[in-house]
Design a protein around this ligand. Structure first.
Ligand SMILES: CC(C)(COP(=O)(O)OP(=O)(O)OC[C@H]1O[C@@H](n2cnc3c(N)ncnc32)[C@H](O)[C@@H]1OP(=O)(O)O)[C@@H](O)C(=O)NCCC(=O)NCCS
Length: 166
């Protein structure tokens, strides 16, 4: 199945792997094998992974929503090896900002630039929408993610992060 293709990249980084081609897509349709891929790589999302499968109603809502985008990275065989979700959040004062959720890459394909490709695709999306700011949270003990965000120019914002459980 084909979804809109943002870019085709050739990766040559990493000495232990032969070249792989990664395509970053904005997911618009889901195949059964996509769902299998997502469930296979989902444990990479968080160290608190509890064995649950992807939330299908949520994923379906994201891919059909004009205010959300599900980015996926596919390898040359079409398998999904990384993902991220962006949402456009609209403020009457700040205008549109992007909120990032659930960026992760299959550990077997990590540190080879795939996360950065997803990042670039997300910046394209923000640029197309005139969005000038992306926000997200990240626990300090997440070393790879913290390095990743800093490498991409993100700053730690000094504010309280509230939660109300409903
Ligand atoms: C964060 C993550 C998406 C980065 O994906 P990636 O494909 O490995 O990223 P890249 O290869 O593009 O790496 C870019 C930079 O990220 C940092 N980084 C990536 N993996 C790292 C690791 N294992 N340890 C330390 N820094 C790491 C480095 O600064 C790296 O730059 P470098 O290659 O010049 O050293 C990936 O590590 C991941 O899935 N982590 C687990 C899930 C997670 O924590 N998500 C964020 C939730 S807030």
């Amino acid at each position: 199945m084909v979804v809109s293709q943002l870019s085709l990249y050739k990766l040559t980084k990493g000495i232990e792997m032969s070249d792989i081609e990664i395509r970053i897509e904005r997911l618009k349709k889901l195949s059964d094998s996509d769902v299998d891929d997502i469930n296979r790589i989902l444990p990479n999302l968080t160290e608190d992974y509890d064995g649950r499968s992807v939330n299908m109603p949520a994923l379906t809502k994201i891919i059909s929503s004009p205010l959300h985008e599900q980015f996926v990275a596919r390898d040359q065989t079409g398998r999904i090896v990384g993902m991220a979700t962006l949402s456009e959040v609209i403020s009457i004062y700040h205008g549109s900002v992007a909120y990032l959720e659930d960026i992760f890459v299959d550990a077997n394909a990590g540190k080879r630039g795939i996360g950065s490709m997803i990042w670039d695709a997300m910046l394209d999306w923000c640029h197309e929408r005139g969005i000038k700011r992306m926000e997200f949270t990240c626990r300090p003990e997440r070393e790879a993610a913290t390095n990743f965000y800093k490498k991409h120019g993100c700053e730690i914002r000094n504010t309280n992060c509230f939660r109300l459980k409903l």
